[in-house]
Design a protein around this ligand. Structure first.
Ligand SMILES: Cc1cc2nc3c(=O)[nH]c(=O)nc-3n(C[C@H](O)[C@H](O)[C@H](O)COP(=O)(O)OP(=O)(O)OC[C@H]3O[C@@H](n4cnc5c(N)ncnc54)[C@H](O)[C@@H]3O)c2cc1C
Length: 418
């Protein structure tokens, strides 16, 4: 038995979910005031990594000891807007506690592995289904280090990957130079994850998924949703006035899902981990394996628009203006990591800031609300929304059918009391 579903938000999560539900026979309406895959969503400007290795939680044991140092480093990967601190403190405390013990991070890594392990295959299939094979490339992903010692300093992270079956090769300096001559000689060791894939244009990919969904019968309503109600049946009120009702409502509005949930009395702890990118176009693109240099922790991704360097975690209220100083940090890292960029004087650069919708326990929120069984959460994917999108869509399908996978229970909003 099927019925009607309203999906709120046409980012990577909402668009993939809309397509999967429609293909399964549901009658889907997709609401978003912005163009699918547009700059307003995190899905537009992310690093495009489809990584089975992204199972290591951001919050790890001992983080609390590193936080002061990280925060004092203006060029470091983590910054905080002090004026937003009072609002952020409750989330921050839960975040640090979620990774306070090894047992907790082992659990989180296992759940993320369930979510992400077959992301590359699922995306290759989705790309085929939507005629976008040219956008998803499976060339592996590379984590570069100055030396073996720095790799070993992240022993817990690599152990978690190994124990979860994430295969990686260790590359010495010779192998690294041979495969990635463009990378600075300051990096002399790497871990290569052959199964990893990446997307060459994340915004276009989302737009292409929505095009296919529309051809399959999804109705797109280019309006924002102001609120959701649940009695006698699910109904959304549109920002422009008027409303729509359906048998189920799926909330996939990224960071903005927080306000929509609040209207239903569900205070899901989610904050924006703001991130930035700079994309540098240059005549040559001498490498086609995405790289994450350990210094700086930023994703360096070959895209159709040039080399995209994305990263930085900036904890700040979502209504704060972007701090474009963060992009200067990304740019400096790019120029230091790839000497060839310095020889190409006129880069055509684009810059961007987006909101990672992040929960303190590092897991997305997927499934029915305990008190509103016809409202389904599909948000909070933090750093892994691209990799997790196809599996999330499958989980939402399980939720509307009332037959969720057993493992899906760990992602339910009920863990926050809703
Ligand atoms: C710098 C950076 C790098 C990243 N790199 C990676 C990476 O390499 N790999 C990876 O897997 N993930 C990465 N991520 C994370 C990833 O981008 C996100 O997890 C993912 O895009 C979230 O997708 P989403 O669909 O939930 O949200 P979004 O893409 O933000 O989409 C939400 C949509 O909802 C719409 N919306 C908002 N409010 C309403 C409303 N009231 N009514 C209707 N529609 C509404 C918005 O217009 C938007 O289109 C990165 C993120 C950042 C910021």
């Amino acid at each position: 038995m099927t019925g009607s579903v309203i999906v709120i938000g046409a980012g990577i999560i909402g668009s993939t979910t809309a397509l999967v539900l429609q293909e399964a026979g549901w009658n889907v309406t997709l609401c978003d005031p912005n163009p699918p895959g547009g700059k307003e969503g995190a899905s537009y400007g992310n690093g495009g990594w489809i990584s089975p290795a992204s199972i290591v939680p951001m919050s790890m044991p001992g983080l609390w000891r590193q936080v002061p140092g990280l925060l004092m480093d203006p060029d470091g990967p983590l910054t905080i807007d002090w004026t937003s601190l009072p609002r952020l403190a409750p989330w921050l405390i839960r975040f640090v506690l979620s990774g306070a013990t090894e047992a907790r991070v082992v659990r989180t890594a296992g759940l993320l592995n369930w979510l992400l392990h077959d992301g590359p295959e699922r995306h290759l299939e989705l790309a085929k289904q939507t005629g976008q094979e040219h956008l998803i490339v499976q060339n592996g992903l590379l984590y570069a280090y100055p030396d073996r010692q720095s790799f070993e300093s992240e022993a817990l992270a690599w152990r978690l990957r190994k124990e979860n079956g994430v295969f990686f090769e260790e590359w010495d300096e010779e192998k690294l130079r041979c495969n990635l001559a463009a990378l600075s000689a300051d990096y002399r060791f790497a871990a290569y994850v052959p199964k990893g894939a990446h997307c060459r244009d994340t915004g276009a990919y989302v737009a292409g998924i929505v095009d296919t969904a529309v051809r399959a019968g999804v109705r797109v309503v280019s309006r924002g949703v102001r609120s959701i109600s649940n009695a006698p049946r699910p109904r959304v009120t549109l920002e422009a006035g008027g409303g729509l009702d359906a048998d189920y409502v799926v909330v996939a509005a990224g960071i903005h899902s927080r306000e929509l949930m609040r209207g239903l009395g569900a205070k899901i702890p989610m904050t924006s981990e703001r991130g930035y990118h700079v994309t540098m176009a240059s005549a040559d693109q001498p490498f086609d394996i995405p790289v994450m240099p350990s210094t700086g922790k930023m994703a360096n991704t070959p895209t159709n628009m040039g080399l995209r360097v994305s990263g930085q975690v900036e904890l700040a209220a979502i209504d704060k203006a972007p701090n474009w100083r963060r992009v200067e940090v990304l740019k400096r890292h790019a120029l230091a990591s790839y000497p060839y960029l310095n020889d190409t004087p006129h880069h055509d650069m684009t810059i961007w800031m987006g909101h990672r919708p992040s929960t303190p326990d590092g897991l997305p929120v997927i499934g029915r609300l305990a008190r509103h069984q016809r409202i389904i959460a599909a948000f909070g994917h933090g750093h892994v929304g691209v990799g997790a999108a196809p599996k999330t869509a499958e989980m939402v399908l399980g939720a509307v059918k009332g037959r969720p996978a057993q493992e899906a229970s760990d992602f339910l909003p009920a863990r926050f009391g809703y």
